[in-house]
Design a protein around this ligand. Sequence first.
Ligand SMILES: Nc1nc2c(c(=O)[nH]1)N[C@H]1C(S)=C(S)[C@@H](COP(=O)(O)OP(=O)(O)OC[C@H]3O[C@@H](n4cnc5c(N)ncnc54)[C@H](O)[C@@H]3O)O[C@H]1N2
Ligand code: MOO
Length: 397
Amino acid sequence: MRTVEEHQAVVAALLEQLPEEQVELTAAHGRVLARDVRAAVALPGFDNSAMDGYAARWDELAELPARLPVADDIPAGRTDVRPLEPGTVQRIMTGAPLPAGADVVVPVELTDRATDVVTIHETPDKGTHVRTAGEDIAEGSVALAAGTPLGASQLGLAAAVGVTTLPVRRRPRVLVLSTGSELVEPGQPLRPGQIYESNSMLLVAAVEDAGGEARRLHFVPDDVEAFLTTLRAELDSADLLLTSGGVSAGAYEVVKDALSGLGTVEFVKVGMQPGGPQGAGTVDGVPIVTLPGNPVSSFVSFEVFVRPALRRALGHANPDRLRAPARLTASLTSPAGKRQFLRGRYDGGLVSQVGGPGSHLVAHLARANCLVVVPEDVTELPEGAEVDVVLIEGALQ
Ligand SMILES: Nc1nc2c(c(=O)[nH]1)N[C@H]1C(S)=C(S)[C@@H](COP(=O)(O)OP(=O)(O)OC[C@H]3O[C@@H](n4cnc5c(N)ncnc54)[C@H](O)[C@@H]3O)O[C@H]1N2
Ligand code: MOO
């Protein structure tokens, strides 16, 4: 039996780092930066005001109230600001360049707001409300490091330093193929013994969530010829093929039967639950990961093996999910010798198990926001025990 880490290494080794491409900033959301991006300009680019008020020389405000002539008016965007003459102030707006010689901005609220000669009633400390050039980032320094996922704040920063395109890694093209003679397309009538096919939906969404580009192939019955025909027709358009179902110990294990002896796919048992039966390898040089058909097993296997491998291939600095320590709200039991990935809801340092360990419990899975990891050698945990949880909800990443 393979350990979780051993099978993770096998799957990760199947995927090479994806090639780089340059994309417009508007298309870079959700991608991963391939190379460091340096700031072409400092931020702030020049000393400027943090408040609407009056730029002044702090030494001249020792005696209050102070009355000083307003020598100029500086709205944001002015490019010809003159130095501050001694004995004067300049009216200034938020974001406008600070005149040379000014070392404080007095907010309008501390003045009579006059535009000819202003009366200042109170003065802040020297340097207050002045944003200094380069205090956020220096010109030429690394603004975004390779491996950074590009979300709202990272794209905002890229635009702020004047970037228009970014180097990212091409999204991996992942094919998803479900197998099973019991499967029916959602929307069609069900006969006794049939179920709606759901793993392909789950896996396509999981691939996209991991940064890949997924394509759902129409599921095939437990028929080796049908499976191989689909595989051969589609394989060369993929960086990875994910299959679901047909890998355990029964009489109609289509994926196992079709791939055994073809390419390098190896079928193994991994010491975990759900997700025990696994397979991974290549056919015609294309990586294939065969996930177990139970929906929760498919999901957990994707989380544990495929997601980190895809994210590593995308160049993520942190390919793994965030983890957190949490205290159990109720006791639990776990089989010896297998790492359990129970479904849970985590909030504020506490975690509650959602449903039992059964890998058919899709409604419970849909309510979970974490996986509760119970190590191989732990069989019982009391209420209040500390466990490790893997946060699986997008918003928490
Ligand atoms: N005698 C043994 N039986 C089983 C073993 C074992 O070691 N010995 N392992 C069990 C475990 S653990 C798992 S997990 C499953 C894995 O089985 P398969 O990968 O072969 O999957 P199937 O048999 O095709 O399906 C299992 C289950 O999931 C449902 N399913 C399958 N595909 C889909 C889909 N696309 N959408 C929705 N639901 C799907 C299917 O109807 C079955 O109920 O094997 C155990 N058995
Ligand atoms: O390991 Mo199976 O994946 O429990 O249901």
